[in-house]
Structure formats: structure tokens, C-alpha cells
Write a protein that binds this ligand. Structure first.
Ligand code: BGC
Length: 734
């Protein structure tokens, strides 16, 4: 390695990096927008800046400007709500239910991210939606966040790579993506009030890169401001986050919409970046009714005109407190998005709906995202002919999940449950016996009768599979019955609910050939049974084809290749936010004291052994690494390695590249993911893979100098099969 050559090429690269022009910006369009704005009255302009129903904002008919129709959400187009919140009857709104965010991220396959986005975009366009409210990309800071299942990862690099494909996939179908929730919305229960405090370095290195990639690489059309406060100011109208960083530094030219009801102040919204105020009439109704009752005034009914960016904004303009140019700029951003997505000329191509190819994408994401966590003595895959009787246990084996979790609910055209999937793929002669084992109910107790039934079924069978873990809630039709993996709530702890530990231990005793399949949005405490369990799979919420994907993996028709996009701690206290006692915070304030040490950055640096490490995931084959080299290249450093499928089954490996700075004066994590490549190899096949590490891979955010710097010194570049399974490393000096 020649450090001086390397340094030169890195410096050249740094100089060459420039902001990419937004595709939203085009001179001819800007002129058309100017002409339209000149023709608008103040009332017309303001009507564009706020909702006029639960999911729409107004158009201006006489000028040919249509309404904007938005829809959740990240893993499927939400059922029709009409203009209020009442679910529409008799409409065609049962579509493709994709695996949730964790599953997509666990595939570590950016091309699949594109296909995923394309399904959403196509179905959104078919259903007449202009903006799809996703992806959700907040950093998974604690295992307890109720919305982790929608999000992607604890790692900003993995998020950035996956989000770009997703957004391009959506927007190539002619509809806008809306990346959310900007920014630092990392807990749910008190999301509307919590004030998040963190260092500038943590903000820049962890919490913002996904959004930056969405803006600068994927050129996302819309960004959603989050509910929480950040350093004392509401994130949806935040001078620093929106004006200075998003629209200033990053050059974002699209529109910033609020989360539903996240605007709190007219002047701040006007001045600090909110372009479109969305929300629920119900919330406002509640507020206005209670306010008017308190003041003894007449009851108000026209809720939308009372939005912060409606009548109160008009008053500020008329009182000359705010100049009309502020409004014009917001209108311009909204119109830009309309032009970019052919809303005005009506030339958008119509997408398609719940097609077989969409369902195939759902299947492939699940197949590549499900993670094989443990497989002792090769229990998996089960042999179709060898297993004549199978006990399938657990309420999660039969539970449908599409409508759970809150705003990301989807009405699925169909949903293959794990039990159905196993019936589809088991041998014809296999006798499958199902036992519920536990029940999802507010009453947390283990049910001894159900456990006894499960034990009896397992004892008689050649093998048993328990589908267990988290759930979206007790009863999805009622919001207040949300639990665990759901919007508006956080998990109380990492313990398995409903007496599942007891069930698992009893079944393992009855039949040691028991496979544990965990469903849900992330880790739980497995200490009660993990040592005795020979095989464990993380199944996430794997979408409408999830049952088939799980069965194909269990029977070996698909070789698992998913890798964890987040660390699974042994116990909650090991997780950094909890170690510092900073989740959910105290008296409305949460200090991110773990700073940049989130997820594996913490576990590796502070030598805390997790249950399963970031990037971990087994295969039914083995991969051998050799010939690793690191060379300078025009755009940075290239890592090369030979990867051989050294086993007997075709399979895929995710080669993960981590960088560590040695002996730095700056506090650095033990390793940071800076590149990865998923490679598909036939049994016996070998390929040389190349991963480019650009100059950013070696930088940290310097708070004093307010910029990204490389501290000279030596760096170790590691390639591995997971963050705790490094197969080779090289040291370079910069
Ligand atoms: C959620 C958003 C969602 C919006 C509209 C909010 O409660 O936080 O993610 O897009 O509702 O349903």
C-alpha cells in the first residue's frame, strides 16, 4: 500500500464532490410556476399550504392545479379513508403488502430496495395517490421503539444505501416519495412532546445521513417533519434542521410537509421551513372544541381553515408581520413537486395493482430478508421426506399482520401465514398438527392448557416449529389496543410477552428438534431458552408472501441470506440508550448520552457481547474469503476479495466492509460500516468482489470546524461476514 498515492486520490475526490442539482429544478418549469403564482389570490395560495381533508390538500381548479392526494405508507398503500377517517367500503383497496422496513434492510440488497419502491409507486399511482408517505428511516436507537418495524437499521450507511433504491423506485413510477420522520423521532410514546438533545456529531454522523442520501442521491420530492422537538424547537418548523441544513446545505428544493398535527406555531411554520401542514380534523376538532369550551366562545366547525397555515397565516400576512414572498416560496415548492410528477399536465402513467410480479417482489424481499440466527448440528433445513409429522405451535403461526401497527396498515389482497406456508411446502405425507401455545391478549399469563397441548403435539412429532415473538397489538381495529410493534407506543421491556418463555422451554424439552421462529420488529430477551434452542430464525413481519418465504427457508428451497440490520442485545440494559438511562428520557427531555455509540458502534467499542451481532446471519452453505487487497483508486480506495461458496448449496453472501481508525485523538467507534456487497454464488463458485470506499469513509464530523474531516493516521479496513465475523483486514495510512 502506498499511503501517499492513496492520500492524493482521496483529496482529489474530496474536491470533486459537489452537490448534485435537484431534478426538481428546471428553468422552464420555474417560469411556468412564476406565471401561475402571479395569477393566484392570497387565499388561493394559502389554500395550497394546508390539508383540506384527512389525506389531501386543496388544488385551484381555475388554474388547473389539482388536489394533492397522499397515502401511507412505507410497506403498502393504505386502505382508503375517504376525506374523513372512516374506512371506505366496497372499493378496490386490497393490494400488495410488502415485508416491513426491517426485512427489506435485512436483505442488504439495494436492487431489491428499488423493486420494493417500484411496487409501492406503481400501486400508489394506480390508486390515484400523488405522494406515498414513506420510507420511514429513523435510526433504531433502542429495541423498544414501537415503530422500529417500519424503520430500517441502526446504521446510517446501510440506511443510506437502501433508501436511495426505494425512493428512486417510487419516483420512477411518477409519484413522490416522502421520506420521514425528519428528524430524531426515535421513540413513540411521547413523540409529540419529547425534546431530543444530542451532540452535533451524533446528529451529523448517525441521524442525518439517511435523509441526506434521500435528498442528494435519490432526489426525493418530499420530506416529512417529525412530531418531536429537537434542541427545544419542534422539528417540523426548525430553523436549523430545515432552513439551514435540509434546504440550505443540502439544497433540497422539494416540499416539507408536517406529520399529522405536528405544526404548533404559525410564525415558526412560515419562517422555519414547513411548506404543507397536514393533520387530522379529529385532533383539531378536539383542540378547538376544548379551547372554545374553555373560553366560552361559540363552537367552531370549520377546522381546516383554523390550521396554523390557514387563517392564522393570512392574518400574519395582512398584518404585515410576514411578507407574502414567504408564502410564494412554499407555493413554488409544492408546484415543483406537482410538475415533477405530472400532476398538472395529467401525463402520469397509470401503475398497476396487486399484480403477480408485485407479489413476487414481496416474496423475494422476504426470502432475502429473513435471517437464520442459529442452526446447531444442521437441524435446518428440514427434510421434506424425512419429517413425517410436524408440530406447528404459536399464535404467530396463524396471525395476519397487514392491518397492524398504526398508520402503516395495509389491506392485503391475501396474506400467507406461516402455517399456510408450511402446508404449501411440506411433503404431501407430512402430518401437520397445530397448537396455539399462547394467546395474544392483555392478560399476560401463560396458559397452562395451551402449553400442555403444544407439548403433547411436539412430543409426538418428528420436529416442532414455534412461531412466537412480538405482535402489532391485541386488536388492530382499535387504536388503543396497539401494543409492542405499533405507532404511538413503545415496548415496556424486551421480555417475551404472553408466557412464551415458559412455552418454548416446555416444547424444547418435549422435542429437542424444535425450531424457534421469532416474528416482529426486533430483538427480545432470549436468555430463558437460547442455549437449549438448536435453531432460531428471525422472521420479522415478512409481508403477504411471508409464510411461503419462511417455509421455503425452513425446507431449504431457499438458502437464507438475510443479515441483521440491527444488534440483538442479550438484555435491555446492555443497549446503550438504556445503559445511560436515556430512554424515553426524563421530564420530557431525552439526552442521547451514548452519542455516536449507537448499536454495534457501542457493543464493539465497549466490548459488550450481544446475543446476535449487527450483520449476523447464517446460510446453509459456507463462504471462504481469500486474496484480500486494498488499493488506491480514482475515487478513493478499492477493497478486493475473493469469495468462494465452499459448501454444497447455491447461496448468497453479504460481504461487509468496516473501517476503524487506529490511535485517533478523536473518539471513534471500534468499527463503522462503510461498504457492502451481496454476491450470489453457485455451490463451488468463486468471484472477486470489489467495494469502493470513497473519501467519506474515513471522515468524522468535527464540531469545532463544523465540517467533515479526515484525521491523519492509520486505518484498518476489515471485510467480514458480520460485524463479529471479520475474515480479513488490511491497514493503510492516510
Ligand atoms: C404518522 C406518519 C403518517 C401520518 C399519516 C402519523 O401519525 O406518524 O408516519 O404518515 O400519521 O397517517
Amino acid at each position: 500500500m502506498k499511503p501517499n498515492i492513496l492520500l492524493c486520490s482521496l483529496l482529489m475526490l474530496a474536491g470533486a464532490v459537489k452537490l448534485q442539482a435537484q431534478s426538481l429544478f428546471n428553468k422552464t418549469t420555474e417560469n411556468k410556476i412564476t406565471t401561475l403564482i402571479r395569477q393566484m389570490t392570497l387565499d388561493e395560495k394559502l389554500s395550497l399550504l394546508h390539508a383540506n381533508s384527512s389525506f389531501t390538500s386543496a388544488g385551484i381548479k381555475r388554474l388547473g392545479i389539482p388536489e394533492i392526494v397522499t397515502s401511507d405508507g412505507p410497506h403498502g398503500v393504505r386502505p382508503e379513508h375517504g376525506r374523513d377517517w372512516v374506512l371506505d367500503e366496497g372499493v378496490e383497496d386490497a393490494g400488495t403488502y410488502l415485508p416491513t422496513g426491517n426485512t427489506l434492510a435485512a436483505s442488504w440488497n439495494p436492487q431489491l430496495g428499488y423493486r420494493y419502491g417500484a411496487v409501492l409507486g406503481s400501486e400508489a399511482s394506480y390508486r390515484g395517490k400523488d405522494i406515498i408517505l414513506g420510507p420511514g428511516i429513523n435510526i433504531i436507537r433502542s429495541p423498544l421503539n414501537g415503530r422500529n418495524f417500519e424503520y430500517l437499521s441502526e446504521d446510517p450507511f446501510l440506511i443510506s444505501k437502501m433508501v436511495v433504491g426505494y425512493i428512486k423506485g417510487v419516483q420512477d413510477q411518477g409519484v413522490s416519495a416522502c421520506v420521514k420522520h425528519y428528524a430524531a423521532n426515535n421513540e413513540e410514546a411521547d413523540r409529540g412532546t419529547v425534546n431530543v438533545m444530542m451532540s452535533e456529531r451524533a446528529l451529523r454522523e448517525l441521524y442525518l445521513p439517511g435523509f441526506k442520501a434521500a435528498v442528494q442521491e435519490a432526489r426525493v420530492n418530499a420530506v416529512m417533519g417529525s412530531y418531536n422537538k429537537f434542541r427545544g424547537q419542534y422539528a417540523t418548523h426548525h430553523k436549523y434542521l430545515i432552513n439551514d441544513i435540509l434546504k440550505g446545505e443540502w439544497g433540497f428544493r422539494g416540499l416539507v410537509m408536517s406529520d399529522w398535527g405536528s405544526v404548533h406555531d404559525t410564525k415558526e411554520a412560515l419562517l422555519y421551513g414547513t411548506d404543507l401542514e397536514m393533520g387530522t380534523d379529529l385532533m383539531l376538532m378536539y383542540n378547538t372544541v376544548s379551547q372554545t369550551a374553555a373560553s366560552g366562545g361559540p363552537a367552531k366547525t370549520d377546522y381546516y381553515s383554523q390550521f396554523f397555515m390557514a387563517d392564522p397565516a393570512k392574518k400574519m400576512i395582512l398584518d404585515k408581520e410576514i411578507g407574502v414572498a414567504v408564502i410564494d416560496e412554499k407555493v413554488r415548492r409544492i408546484l415543483r413537486v406537482m410538475f415533477a410528477t405530472h400532476m398538472i399536465d395529467g401525463k402520469r402513467k397509470k401503475g398497476s395493482y396487486h399484480t403477480e410480479s408485485h407479489q413476487q417482489t414481496a416474496l423475494q424481499v422476504a426470502e432475502e430478508g429473513i435471517v437464520l440466527l442459529k442452526n446447531q448440528s444442521g437441524l435446518l433445513p428440514l427434510s421434506v421426506s424425512g419429517i413425517r409429522s410436524l408440530a406447528v405451535i404459536g399464535e404467530n403461526a396463524t396471525r395476519e399482520n397487514a392491518m397492524g401497527g398504526g398508520s402503516s396498515q395495509v389491506k392485503a389482497k391475501y396474506e400467507i401465514t406461516p402455517l399456510q406456508g408450511l402446508k404449501n411446502y411440506a411433503g404431501k405425507e407430512t402430518e401437520i398438527r397445530y397448537a396455539r401455545g399462547y394467546k395474544i391478549a392483555k392478560d399476560q399469563q401463560a396458559d397452562q392448557t395451551m402449553i400442555a397441548e403444544a407439548v403433547a403435539a411436539a412430543a409426538k412429532a418428528d420436529a416442532a416449529i414455534i412461531f412466537c415473538g412480538w405482535t402489532h397489538g391485541y386488536d388492530y381495529s382499535k387504536w388503543d389496543n396497539n401494543a409492542y410493534d405499533a405507532e404511538g407506543v413503545d415496548k415496556p421491556d424486551m421480555d417475551m410477552p404472553f408466557g412464551q418463555n415458559e412455552l418454548i422451554r416446555a416444547v424444547l424439552k418435549a422435542n429437542p428438534k424444535t425450531v424457534i421462529v421469532l416474528m416482529g420488529g426486533g430483538p427480545l430477551d432470549m436468555s430463558a431458552w437460547i442455549d437449549e434452542a438448536p435453531a432460531v430464525i428471525e422472521g420479522w413481519y415478512p409481508g403477504m408472501e411471508g409464510g411461503n418465504a419462511l417455509a421455503k427457508i425452513i425446507y431449504g428451497q431457499v438458502n437464507p441470506s438475510g443479515k441483521l440490520p440491527l444488534t440483538f442485545p442479550k438484555k435491555l440494559e446492555d443497549s446503550p440508550a438504556h445503559k445511560f438511562g436515556e430512554f424515553p428520557g426524563l421530564n420530557g427531555v431525552v439526552h442521547y448520552k451514548e452519542d455516536i455509540f449507537v448499536g454495534y458502534r457501542y457493543f464493539d467499542t465497549y466490548k459488550v457481547k450481544p446475543q446476535f451481532a449487527f450483520g449476523h446471519g447464517l446460510s446453509y452453505t459456507t463462504f471462504a474469503y481469500s486474496g484480500m487487497s486494498v488499493q488506491p483508486a480514482a475515487k478513493g480506495v478499492i477493497l478486493k476479495a475473493n469469495v468462494k461458496n465452499s459448501g454444497t448449496r447455491d447461496g448468497a453472501e453479504v460481504v461487509q466492509v468496516y473501517v476503524k481508525q487506529n490511535q485517533s485523538k478523536i473518539r471513534k467507534a471500534e468499527k463503522e460500516l462503510k461498504g457492502f456487497k451481496k454476491v450470489f454464488l453457485k455451490a463451488g463458485e468463486e468471484q472477486q468482489i470489489e467495494v469502493l470506499l470513497d473519501s467519506d469513509a474515513f471522515k468524522y464530523y468535527d464540531e469545532g470546524k463544523k465540517g467533515w474531516l479526515t484525521a491523519p493516521g492509520s486505518f484498518t479496513i476489515m471485510a467480514g461476514s458480520s460485524s463479529d465475523d471479520i475474515r480479513g483486514e488490511r491497514t493503510i495510512s492516510l
